[in-house]
Design a protein around this ligand. Sequence first.
Ligand code: ZN
Length: 352
Amino acid sequence: MNGMMKAIQKTRREPGLDLVDVPIPSIRPDEVLLKVSATALCGSDVHFYNWDEFAQKRISPPITLGHEFCGEIVEVGSQVLDHRAGDYITADSHIVCGKCDICRMGLQHICQNLKIFGNDVAGSFAQYVAVPQTSIWPLSRDVPAEIGAIMEPLGGATQGVLIEPVTSRSVVIFGDGPIALFAVGVARAAGARKVSLIGKVPSRLEIARRMGAQATYTPEDDPVQQILDETHGIGVDVVIEMAGAPQSVKSAFEVVRKGGRVTTFGLTPKPIEFDLNFAVTLRQVTVRGVAGRHMWDTWKQLDGLLASGRLDPTPVITHRIPLEDCEQGFKWMTTGTRDTGKIVMFPNGMPG
Ligand code: ZN
């Protein structure tokens, strides 16, 4: 498709973002062109907005950001046989080769040749995005665009919680970002015994309670001691670490019971020191690292959770904005009281 479109790009090697007019992407034979209905801001995009050390190593400007999105197919490449114009889809943010040993072992989401929208290839903070057919996940028309746009982070939460069963188990989640808030809903939907969340921002703890958390704590509450007291010093069955703060990683291993499971999901800003003897070996703790979503088991699980009516992620969506307000969205996320859950943008017009 010829023509120009609006996009949010990182154009300069310095903090900030730019709203630019760029050509609509041309697609390869194995890609579709998607008209973006909705696309969501991610905490990982904050690195690019701030232009920190991680960002400087990760991306090469100019690049269109954004990796959480849904929309309608407007054009299909000649090799795309299973999708057609008019189809409503979302996508995994991970673009996989399908050929490496890791992919062939069924672990495509951590492909050896992994690429990510808005990191390695043009992303979805734009009116149109080119999507390889291997990343497509079809959406039912009754899924609102704002939910379609957050399937990717919701999938991260789903794999983080359900990589091992949580039914009837006590679950503690560290972090108050959107994925941690989603994780509360996933754990409740899956029948966890009790779900607690530890976070810092009061308005986000309120969202956690609306998502079903039976207890919320701030670090000032000494949550580790409180939870150990409640469990007669034993600790909880499952801990999901989604804060990525060195202290919360340490606390995660203090609050898990012997033989329990810790999911590590949050990324610490730097390598951290860690007492492996106590944390893992002597207490026989299972550590499950989770990166992204299993393709496509997790997506199927997520479809089922949403269809069951037991998981409603809507309370986490706090802001709905046009593409032009993208930079404002990052300001809300990073400054002031940070009263943001998920921020969803609508590059081709606000809904309704
Ligand atoms: Zn691969």
